[in-house]
Design a protein around this ligand. Structure first.
Ligand code: ADP
Ligand code: MG
Length: 308
C-alpha cells in the first residue's frame, strides 16, 4: 500500500537480514520451494526500516510461491548496483551506488498487462479470498519511501524477477561500531532459555537473540527445559514453543514456571492458526512467523514489566 507509514530507517546490512530471515522464510514456504541465496560479501549498509524490509521479502516470496504451484527455485540475491545517468532502468532515480536486492522465481510469469498494473492497490489475478492485491503495493510504497526503486522483469511462462534498489550509506568504522553496540545493549545481557523442537526455527531465533545481546541456552522440548531450569534457575526469561514432543507442552511449562520460578518471565511462540489457551495473555504470546523486530520488542516489554 503506498499510504504513508511511520518508518524507522536504520543502517541495515541487507545480506545479514536476508540470511537471518531466510530460515523462517524457507519454513513458511514449505518443502516444494527451494530457497537459494546469492549474497555478495561486504556490501555497504542501506537506510531502511527493517521490519518493512522483512515484510516486503515475505510478500515477494509468497508471490513467488503462488506462481510455482508445483514447486521450484526461489533465488534471493544481493549485489552492488551502479546506476549510470543514461541507464534505461530506474529512470526516476539519480545516478550513483545502490544496493540491489532481487527476488527471482521460476514460476508462471506475468503478462504485460499484469506487469503494468501489479503495483496498483487491490490489483490481483488470484481468486477472491486468495489474493488481496496489496502485497506489491505495500512493497512499492516501502521502497519509494526509502528513496529506492523497484522494477519487474517477467514474461509469461518464463518466471519473474523483482528488483529493488536502495541508495547505499557509507558509514565510518566508528559509526558501525556504535551501531553494533546499540544492538548489543538492547539485550541487557539477560539470560534466556530457548525451548523449540524445530531446528530451523531454533537456529533463527537463537541467532536473533545473540545479535540482540542475550545469552542463550537451548532445550529441545519442555522436559529438557524443566531439567535445565531446575539445574540453573537463573534465567530471566524462557522463550518456548507451545506444541512440542515429550510429556510437557509449552503451556504446561509456562504454568509450572509461574508457580515454581515466579521471577522468570515466559514468552510462548505459536503458529498463526493455532488456538491458544485463554490463560495466555497477549503479553506472553508471539505468533509465528514473526520478524526479528517483533521478537525484540516483545522481549524488551516482558523483561521491563514488573509483574508478568
Ligand atoms: N512472482 C510473481 N509471479 C507471477 N505473478 C506475480 C508475481 N508477483 C506478483 N504477481 C502478479 O501481481 C499481482 C499482484 O500481486 P500482489 O500485489 O502481491 O497481490 P496478490 O498476491 O494478493 O494477488 C498478482 O495477483 C499476480 O498476478
Ligand atoms: Mg501477493
Amino acid at each position: 500500500f503506498s499510504r504513508r507509514q511511520a518508518l524507522k530507517p536504520t543502517a541495515t546490512n541487507v545480506g545479514e537480514l536476508v540470511d537471518d530471515f531466510s530460515v523462517l522464510l524457507q519454513h513458511t514456504l514449505g518443502e516444494t520451494i527451494y530457497l537459494q541465496k546469492q549474497l555478495a560479501e561486504a556490501l555497504p549498509p542501506v537506510l531502511v526500516d527493517r521490519n518493512q524490509l522483512e515484510t516486503s521479502l515475505l510478500n515477494l516470496a509468497l508471490n513467488a510461491r503462488d506462481s510455482m504451484p508445483r514447486g521450484g527455485r526461489l533465488i534471493i540475491r544481493t549485489e552492488l548496483y551502479r546506476k549510470l545517468a543514461n541507464s534505461n532502468s530506474f529512470t526516476d532515480l539519480p545516478a550513483g551506488e545502490y544496493l540491489m536486492l532481487s527476488v527471482r522465481d521460476e514460476g508462471e510469469g506475468m503478462t504485460a498487462e499484469t506487469i503494468s498494473r501489479a503495483f496498483e492497490p487491490f490489483y490481483t489475478t488470484k481468486p477472491a479470498g486468495v489474493g488481496t492485491g496489496l502485497g506489491l503495493s505495500m512493497v512499492y510504497g516501502f521502497v519509494k519511501q526509502s528513496g529506492g526503486g523497484i522494477e519487474i522483469r517477467s514474461r509469461l511462462g518464463e518466471g519473474t524477477t523483482i528488483r529493488l534498489i536502495f541508495p547505499v550509506v557509507h558509514e565510518t568504522p566508528s559509526q558501525q561500531q556504535q551501531h553494533r553496540l546499540r544492538l548489543k545493549q538492547d539485550g541487557q545481557q539477560a539470560q534466556v532459555l530457548l525451548v523449540e523442537d524445530d531446528i530451523g526455527v531454533r537456529q533463527f531465533v537463537q541467532r536473533a537473540l545473540h545479535k540482540m545481546g542475550y545469552t542463550v541456552d537451548l532445550a529441545e522440548n519442555g522436559d529438557f527445559a524443566w531439567e535445565k531450569l531446575q539445574q540453573t534457575k537463573q534465567y530471566q526469561l524462557v522463550l518456548t514453543d507451545i506444541i512440542m514432543p515429550g510429556s510437557m507442552s509449552g503451556l504446561e511449562l509456562y504454568s509450572r514456571i509461574r508457580q515454581d520460578y515466579p521471577e522468570t518471565k515466559v514468552l510462548c511462540m505459536t503458529g498463526y492458526s493455532e488456538q491458544v489457551d485463554s490463560t495466555l495473555s497477549e503479553q506472553h504470546l508471539l505468533r509465528k512467523p514473526f520478524m526479528r523486530n517483533q521478537l525484540a520488542h516483545k522481549l524488551q516489554e516482558l523483561l521491563k514489566a514488573e509483574y508478568a
